[in-house]
Design a protein around this ligand. Structure first.
Ligand code: SF4
Length: 248
C-alpha cells in the first residue's frame, strides 16, 4: 500500500516536490518561491466550506506526536514559484473557493514566501470580487506571532496558533490539542469563525482521504489513536503501511 500521510491542522502536514496534483511547470523561475509539501482541492475538514489546502515543507518546531513528521525537513527540491501556486489555486477551484487553509510544516518558517502567497491571494480575492477567507495554522505561540510577524497576521482572516501537545486532550473543531485557540483576525474572520471558536470537533467529519500518485493522503485532524487503529486494521487485512508520515 502507498504511504498514507496525514494532513492536519497542526497535528501534522507534509508533501512532495512539485507535488502530486500541482502544475508541471512548478519549477519555473519566479521572484518568490515557497517550499511546498502538498496542495489539495477541495479540503472540507480544515475550516468552513470547500477550501484550497496548502501544506508547506519545513517545520522547526518538532512537536512530540506530530503526525506529519515528513514535513519537518526543509527541502529545496520542493520549491514552487508562488505565481505558479496561485495560478493552480485559481484553476483548480474554478475561482470559487470558500476559503484557503495554509498549514504544514510551519508556514511562518518561510515568512517572505508566506507574505508573497498571502498578498497574491488577497489580490486574487479583490480583483475577482471573491469572499474566500484565509486560515493559517502555526505551531508558534500567538504572542510570538504578534511580536515577530504582526504584518503577516494582518493578511490573514484567522489563525490557529500554538504547538500540538500530545499529552493534552483533543482540541475543539479543526484543532489537534486543547491548547490551540481559533483566533479571528479580520472582520471577515470574525463573521465566519466566531461561532466555531468553542465548537466541539465533529466526530463524523474529522478526516477525508485522497489518492494521488499511488499514495493515500489522510487530510484533517485524527482522533487520538486513529492512525494506530488504521494501521492495525490494515495489518489484519494483510496490508502493511510504509513511509507513514507519523513516524520518522
Ligand atoms: S508545528 Fe508541530 S504539529 Fe505542526 S507540523 Fe510542526 S511539529 Fe507538526
Amino acid at each position: 500500500m502507498g504511504a498514507p500521510s496525514h494532513r492536519a491542522g497542526h497535528r501534522g502536514r507534509r508533501g512532495t516536490g512539485a507535488t502530486p496534483g500541482m502544475p508541471a511547470h512548478a519549477a519555473r523561475a519566479s521572484a518568490a518561491v515557497i517550499e511546498l509539501n502538498k496542495a489539495h482541492w477541495p479540503v472540507t475538514v480544515l475550516g468552513p466550506g470547500r477550501r484550497i489546502g496548502l501544506w508547506v515543507q519545513g517545520c522547526s518546531i518538532h512537536c512530540p506526536g506530530c503526525v506529519s513528521q515528513d514535513t519537518w525537513p526543509r527541502d529545496a527540491g520542493k520549491r514552487i514559484a508562488v505565481a505558479d501556486l496561485l495560478a493552480w489555486c485559481r484553476e483548480v477551484s474554478r475561482g470559487a473557493p470558500d476559503g484557503v487553509t495554509i498549514s504544514g510544516g510551519e508556514p511562518f518558517d518561510q515568512p517572505a514566501a508566506l507574505r508573497s502567497l498571502l498578498l497574491g491571494l488577497a489580490n486574487w480575492r479583490r480583483e475577482d470580487h471573491l469572499d474566500f477567507d484565509i486560515l493559517c495554522y502555526s505551531g508558534h505561540p500567538l504572542r510570538r506571532l504578534e511580536k515577530e510577524h504582526a504584518r503577516l497576521l494582518t493578511l490573514l482572516d484567522a489563525v490557529i496558533p500554538e504547538p500540538y501537545v500530545d499529552t493534552l486532550p483533543q482540541g475543539n473543531l479543526w484543532r489537534g490539542s486543547r491548547n490551540q485557540p481559533l483566533v479571528p483576525l479580520s472582520p471577515r474572520g470574525h463573521a465566519r469563525y466566531a461561532a466555531h471558536i468553542g465548537a466541539a470537533a465533529d466526530d463524523d467529519k474529522r478526516m477525508q482521504a485522497a489518492v494521488e500518485g499511488g499514495r493515500v493522503w489522510m487530510i484533517g485532524i485524527p482522533g487520538r489513536g486513529d492512525m494506530a487503529r488504521v494501521e492495525a486494521l490494515c495489518a489484519q487485512r494483510g496490508l502493511s503501511l510504509t513511509e507513514v508520515s507519523w513516524r520518522r
